[in-house]
Structures are given as structure tokens and as C-alpha cells.
Design a protein around this ligand. Sequence first.
Ligand code: 5GP
Length: 145
Amino acid sequence: MSLDGQYDPDNIFAKILRGELPCVKVYEDEHVLSFMDIFPQAPGHVLVVPREPARNALEMTDGALQAAIVRVKRIARAVKAALAPDGIVLTQFNGAPAGQTVFHVHFHIIPRQDGVPLGAHGGGQADMDVLQDQATRIAAAIETP
Ligand code: 5GP
């Protein structure tokens, strides 16, 4: 999947957005749905998925992108408050050669701890109870705008 192509409405995140597949939810509003990555690169790895059907950030409308990045910041602040990481990586991949594997635009929020290497992208599946506990703590720390 290069940068050019057709949006597939049956991609996995589109199905999660429509409620056809489950997720461990962190936050949602009219602009985004945020949930735990089930193959986390670090404990507390959160995804923020804009509702706009775009394959990547380059295809997004300015308004949807602005709304999404503000929510990424808000949820990253909640990750900081809930999990007390030493650092936080924000990433967003456009096209398979850039590392994108799900072709509905999304942002990664990945907590980092000093001296702990980043896990593999798309590594092992997390324990659902652990994800739910993290999601509950992060959700409780989200500030109202
Ligand atoms: P990308 O490589 O496209 O930037 O990131 C896709 C992310 O989605 C990966 O980090 C991967 O672990 C995650 N992922 C893939 N399938 C699922 C799924 O069914 N549920 C959740 N919550 N995350 C997924």
C-alpha cells in the first residue's frame, strides 16, 4: 500500500469505529475513537483513530487533522498522568514503506521508560485485563478541554 490508492471501508479500524469489532476504549467523541493497541510496543500504548475515512494524514481535511492532533495531545497528557512514563513517543505512519500496516489514519501514543528498549512494531498480543486496567486509568486522567 503506497501513498496513493482507494480507502477500504472494511479495514480493521473502520470496523472498530463502526462497532463491528471490539476494542479496549480509552476515549471517544465526534472526531476520534481512542483505544489500546493490542500488540503494544510498550505498556500503555494507545491509538487515536480519527473518524474521518482517510488512509493517511495526507488525505485528511485540515479540520479533522486539527481536531485529531489536539486529542492526541490531551490523551498523551492523560498517559503521562496515569502511567508516569519517562518519555512519550507520538508517531503516525503514512504508507507501508513508512511502517503503516492498517490503512485508516491513526496516531500512536507510546510511553517510554528510561533504559527500556522499544518493543517490536506489531509484536505479541497483550493481556486484555492489563489493557483494560491501563485504559481505565488513562481515561480517568483525561482533562476536560
Ligand atoms: P500502523 O503500523 O498501521 O501504524 O499501526 C497499526 C497498529 O494497530 C499496530 O500498532 C498494531 O499493533 C495495531 N493493531 C492491529 N490490529 C489491531 C486490532 O485488531 N486491535 C487493536 N486494538 N490494535 C490493532
